[in-house]
Write a protein that binds this ligand. Sequence first.
Ligand SMILES: Nc1ncnc2c1ncn2[C@@H]1O[C@H](COP(=O)(O)OP(=O)(O)OP(=O)(O)O)[C@@H](O)[C@H]1O
Length: 730
Amino acid sequence: MTAPDDERFDWQAAEADLTVGPDAEVVDLDEARARRVPSPRPPADDNDDDTDAETVDDGPGRIGGPVDMAGDIPAEVVARQRERRPILAEWARSGRGLRAAVRHQAKDAGYVAAYHGVRLPKYLVKAIAWAPIGAVRGIGQALRWATAEEGNWHLRQAAASRGDADTWLKLDARRQRQSVWRWWVLAAGTAGTGAGVVVVAAGPSWWSAVAAGVVVPWLATRGRPADKPLTDRVTEGTRYRKLTADLVRRALTSLQMAAINSAVAKDPKAISFPVDIHRDGPGHLAVVDLPYGVEAAEVVARRGKLASAMRLPLDQVWPEPAPGHTGRLALWVGYEPASQMKQPPWPLLAGTARVDVFKPFPFATTPRLDTVTVDLMFRNFLFGGQPGSGKTFALRDLILAAALDPRAEIRGYELKGVGDFAVLEPVMAEYGNGFDDDTLARCFAFIEWLYEECRRRSKRIEHYARLGKAPENKVTPELASLKGSGLHPLVAWFDELQELMTSKYGKDAGEILEKVIKLGRALGVIILIGTQIPDKDSLPTGITRNVNSRFCLSVADQTANDMILGTSAYKNGYRATVFQPVDEAGWGILRGFGKVASVRSFYVDTTAAARIVARAVALRATAGTLPNLDEQTRDAGPVADLLADLARVWPGDDKAVWNETLCGLLAELRPDVYTGWEAAQLTTALKPHPLVKVGDVGRRVDGKAVTRRGIKHTDLLKAIAERDRKRSAG
Ligand SMILES: Nc1ncnc2c1ncn2[C@@H]1O[C@H](COP(=O)(O)OP(=O)(O)OP(=O)(O)O)[C@@H](O)[C@H]1O
C-alpha cells in the first residue's frame, strides 16, 4: 500500500480508513492469513505497534504471530522456509529414533517385570490369604444379585413407609420376575463352574496350575481391602520426568533471570514453543523461543540451575542454542542421566574395521547417543581441557583411527611423560614421552623437520600438479596411496604441548608450528594438539587461530573456553565450563564438523587400544608400511649434520663468527640444504644444542665496530665433543 507523498498527509484519517483508502486494496485478513507461510525464523513482530502494516493481528492466544511474507522473497526461498509437520512422529522417522523408543519401552517393561518379579513370593502369600475372602464375597454378591433385592429396594421401602401396599406388591412382583431368571443364570453359572472344576481336575496338572494362576489372583483382588492393592506400586516419578511445556516454563522462570521473569509476568506466553515438544532419541526435545532479548546462551550458562528446577541430574539436561535466532533454545532432556546411558562400543573396535583418513569415521556420541563422525585429512585438531577432562583419551582415539589407515605415517610426542600413548608405539614412526630437556629438544627438532617436510611436500605437489595429478594443488587419495610420492598422510601429534611452549624452545616452536599448520593442511600433514593450559603463553594465538577442528573438554573458565573454541564461543552459548572434570570425562564441545555440539568421545581403554594396534600392525605389515622404531629416522631428504657442517665451514682462526657469514658458507657447502638460511634460522636450528650460545659478536668493518648475532668457535667444539660423548655412551 503506498502512502501519499504529502507532508500534510492526515495519518489519523488514513489509519481509520486503512482498508478503504483511495488507492488501498481491501485486505481480507482471513485470506491474508491463509496466504501466509509460517516462517521457521523467529516471529519478527518485535514491533508492538499495531499500525505496522507488515504485521497482522494473529488473534488472541497465538504465541508469536507470524509475519506477512515480504513480496520480494523468491518463491523457492519461501518454499524452503516452510515448516511442515512431519507425517510420522520424530521417533518413528529414523532407525535410530525407533531403536531408541523400542529400547526405552523394553527397558521400562524389563524394569517393571524385574520389580514385580522379586516381589512375587509376597504377592503369592497375599493372594492365598485374600482369595478365600474373595470367594466368600463373590458368593455373597452372586446371591444378592440373584435375589434382585437391591434393584428397587429403595422404591419398595418408600411404598412400605407410605403404607402403599398396592405399589409395594407391584414392585415386589417385578423383583420376583427378575429374580427368577437370575436364579437360572446363577444355577447355570454354578453348574458351568462345577463342570469346569471337574474338567480341570481331570486334565493334566498344568491346567490346574493355569486355572489357579488366573482364579486365585482374581479372587484375591475381590477379597483384598480397598486400600491394599495386591501388587506394590511402581513409582513412575523418579524414573523419568516427561518434558512438558509447563515444566519447561517453570524451569526457565526459576533461573532468576530478570529478563525472563519480567517478560513472563507481563505475558505468560512470552516463552513459546515453535515446534511441539517431541520425542527425540532416548529423550524429549523442546525447542523454545525465549522472551524477546533473552539469549539462549544465557540459559545454557545456567544449566545447573535448569537441572535443579527440573529436579533432574545435571547430565540429563542438555540445553543448546538452536538454529534460527539467538533467542531459540533446544532443550533436550534424556530418559536418564548420560552417565547411566551406556555408550555403544567404538565401531572401530570391530574386527574388520578400517579407516580411510579422507573419509569420516566415528569419534563421539551426542547425549542422544547419535554417532558423530570426524575425518582427518586437510584438518588440524586442537584438543583442550583441564586435567581429568579426557583429552588424552580423545586424542588417542584419533591416532588409533589413523593407525587403521596403513598409509598414514604417525609421529608424536606426549610431553607429560605418563605413557598413555605407549600402546601405539608399534605403529609410530617416531614417539617421544617425557618432559626432560632431551625429549623437548627432540620434539622441537621434530617440529623443525615438519616444516622442512612441508617445504619438500609443496615441491612434490607442484610436480604432480604439473602432471595434472593434483588438480587443486592438494594431496588427493590417489597421491596419498601412490608409493614413493612422498605425499602419504602424515599425522603429527603433541599431547600436553604447553610443556614445549613454556620451555626455552617455546617461542621458535610456536612460530614454526604455526607455519606448519598453515602450510601442511593441503600437503597431507595433519597436526593434532592436546593441551591443558590454553593461555597465550602455552598456546600461541597464531596456532589457535589457524586450527580448523576443535574439541573443548571441561575447562575452568571463559578464557580457556574461547582460546580453544574461538572468540565469542562462550558468548554464543558454547560453554565447556558446564562439564565436570573426571565425572564427565570425555564430554566436550566439538567445533568444525557442521553443527557445534556437545559430544562424548568414544571411550577406548588401553586393552581395547592394544587390540586395535595389533590389527593396525597386521594391516601395515601387509601394506609394507610398518615403521621400525629401533631405527627412528626422519626422512629428511639430504641429511645434514649442522654441527659438523659448521665446523667444516668455520673461517680460519676466527674465535667468533656472525651467523649471517656462517649461513653464506653453509649454503656454499650444501646448497640443497642451507640455501636461503638467514641468521635467525641458524639460531633456531642451534636450539637443540644448548652449549652453542648465540650472542652478540663485534667486528670491525671499514674501521667501524659492528655488532651482530653470532656464535663462538669454542662453544661449537664443546657441543660436538658433548654430542660425540653421548653417542659413544649411548
Ligand atoms: N570418553 C570417555 N568416557 C568415559 N571416561 C573417559 C573418557 N575419556 C576419558 N575418560 C576417563 O577419564 C580419565 C582421564 O582421562 P584423560 O587421561 O584423557 O584426561 P586428561 O584430560 O588427559 O587429563 P590429564 O591432563 O590429567 O592427563 C581416564 O582415566 C578415563 O578413565
